[in-house]
Design a protein around this ligand. Structure first.
Ligand code: AMP
Length: 360
C-alpha cells in the first residue's frame, strides 16, 4: 500500500497522464511521468518527468528506482517495456491486461471465452483471407488492423465486394480482422475500477456519440433499460476479474435494438482511464482519475455516485477556439489539456455540464 509522499510512475505524457497526476496531488501522492520527446502536457503538472524513448532501458531503470508503482495512459506500451518495468516495480494494471487488449483478435477471443457477445469477426492475413471473410460476413463490414488502431485509425469500411482490395490497401496489408457491421441503436460504455482486494466499483453506463470515429459527446443517464445497464456492469465486472485487473478500465458496447429487445455486444476494452469517463471529474463523487490512483495505490475505492444529468463535450481540433464562450457559461466546467497545436482530430480539451436532477 502506498503512503502519502510516495510517487506514482506514469508511462505516457498526454491528457490522461496529466489528469492522473492532477488527481494524485490532493491525495498527497507525487507523479513522475515518462514519455518520449514531443508535446507532453502531463509534464507541466508532475513534479518529476523523464523524456526518453520506451526502449531506453537505462532511463526506464532509473525511472523504476524513483517510483513506488507504475501505471500507463495508453494500451500500446511495448511488451518488453512492460516486462522490464514489472520485474522492478509493480506495473498496474498488470501486463496481461495490455497483452489481451493490444490485439483485437486476442481481445475478441478473450471476450467470447467469458461467455460475452461481440460482433462476428474473422482473422485476416491476406487478400484471399479477406475475400473469403467478406463472403462469409457479408457487406457492409469493417476491416480493422489487429494492433495500433484507435479513434477509427487502422480501419476501413467495406461497402461492397468492389471495395475489398482498396480496403486491404488502406490498412497497409497488416494482420487484421474483418468485423460484421453492427446496426446499433446506440453506443455505451462502462468505466469501472477494480481494487487490489478485488472490489469493483463501476460508474453508471454512459452513452457516447462519435463524429468521424472520435468520441464527440458523452451523456448520462444513458437511454437504455435498467436491465441493459446492469448487464453492461456485470460484463465489465467479469472482464476485470478475468484479467485480475487493478485500476480503472473501460468497456465499450454496441446496444442493438431497444426497450425489452435491447442486447449488448462488446466493442472493445480499454485498459486505462477513458475519454468517456471524463465527466466523472465534475459529475461524480469520485473521478475516474482519483479512482485509478486509489486502486493502484492499494487504497479503498471511492463512491461512484453521479451528481446530476451530464453532458460532456470533447473539444477536438478547432473546437477549442470556442473556449471564451465556454468559460463564460455559468456552471460549465472547462478542461483544456495545454497542447501546443490544434491539429484536426486532436483532443484539445473537454467541457462538462452537470445539471442537478431535480432541476431537469
Ligand atoms: P473502434 O476503434 O473499434 O472502437 O471503432 C470506432 C467507432 O467506429 C465505434 O465507436 C463505432 O462508432 C464504429 N464501429 C466500429 N466497429 C463497428 C462495427 N462492427 N459496426 C458498426 N460500427 C462500428
Amino acid at each position: 500500500m502506498l503512503k502519502p509522499g510516495d510517487t506514482i510512475g506514469i508511462l505516457g505524457g498526454g491528457q490522461l497522464a496529466r489528469m492522473i497526476a492532477m488527481a494524485a496531488a490532493p491525495l498527497g501522492l507525487k507523479a513522475h511521468v515518462f514519455a518520449p520527446k514531443g508535446d507532453n502536457p502531463a509534464f507541466e503538472v508532475s513534479g518529476h518527468f523523464t523524456e526518453a524513448n520506451y526502449d531506453d532501458f537505462p532511463a526506464l531503470s532509473a525511472f523504476s528506482e524513483a517510483v513506488s508503482v507504475i501505471t500507463y495512459e495508453f494500451e500500446n506500451v511495448p511488451a518488453e517495456t512492460a516486462a522490464f518495468l514489472d520485474s522492478r516495480k509493480p506495473v498496474l494494471p498488470n501486463p496481461k491486461a495490455l497483452e489481451t487488449t493490444q490485439d483485437r483478435l486476442v481481445e475478441k477471443t478473450f471476450i467470447r471465452s467469458l461467455g460475452l457477445s461481440c460482433p462476428d469477426f474473422i482473422a485476416v492475413n491476406s487478400l484471399e483471407d479477406l475475400k473469403a471473410a467478406v463472403s462469409s460476413l457479408g457487406t457492409p463490414s469493417i476491416l480493422k488492423t489487429r494492433r495500433f488502431g484507435y479513434d477509427g485509425k487502422g480501419q476501413a469500411r467495406i461497402a461492397d465486394e468492389a471495395s475489398i482490395s482498396s480496403a486491404w490497401d488502406d490498412i497497409g496489408h497488416a494482420p487484421a480482422i474483418l468485423e460484421a457491421y453492427v446496426p446499433f441503436s446506440r453506443e455505451i460504455s462502462v468505466v469501472a475500477a477494480r481494487s487490489q482486494s478485488g472490489d469493483v466499483k463501476a460508474f453508471e453506463p454512459c452513452e457516447n456519440e462519435h463524429r468521424h470515429h472520435i468520441l464527440s459527446r458523452t451523456l448520462l443517464p444513458a437511454a437504455i433499460t435498467p436491465r441493459t445497464g446492469w448487464a453492461a456492469i456485470e460484463a465489465a465486472e467479469r472482464i476485470g476479474a478475468a484479467l485480475a485487473y487493478v485500476g480503472v478500465f473501460a468497456v465499450e458496447f454496441f446496444v442493438v435494438g431497444s426497450g425489452d429487445d435491447e442486447t449488448l455486444l462488446v466493442n472493445e476494452i480499454a485498459p486505462r482511464v477513458h475519454n468517456s469517463g471524463h465527466w466523472t471529474i465534475d459529475g461524480a463523487e469520485t473521478s475516474q482519475f482519483e479512482q485509478h490512483v486509489r486502486a493502484i495505490a492499494g487504497w479503498p475505492l471511492g463512491s461512484t455516485k453521479r451528481r446530476g444529468k451530464i453532458e460532456m463535450i470533447n473539444l477536438i481540433g478547432d473546437d477549442v477556439e470556442n473556449w471564451p464562450d465556454l468559460v463564460a457559461e455559468p456552471g460549465l466546467k472547462l478542461h483544456l489539456y495545454g497542447k501546443r497545436e490544434a491539429r484536426p482530430g486532436r483532443k484539445m480539451g473537454h467541457a462538462t455540464r452537470v445539471t442537478p436532477e431535480k432541476d431537469t
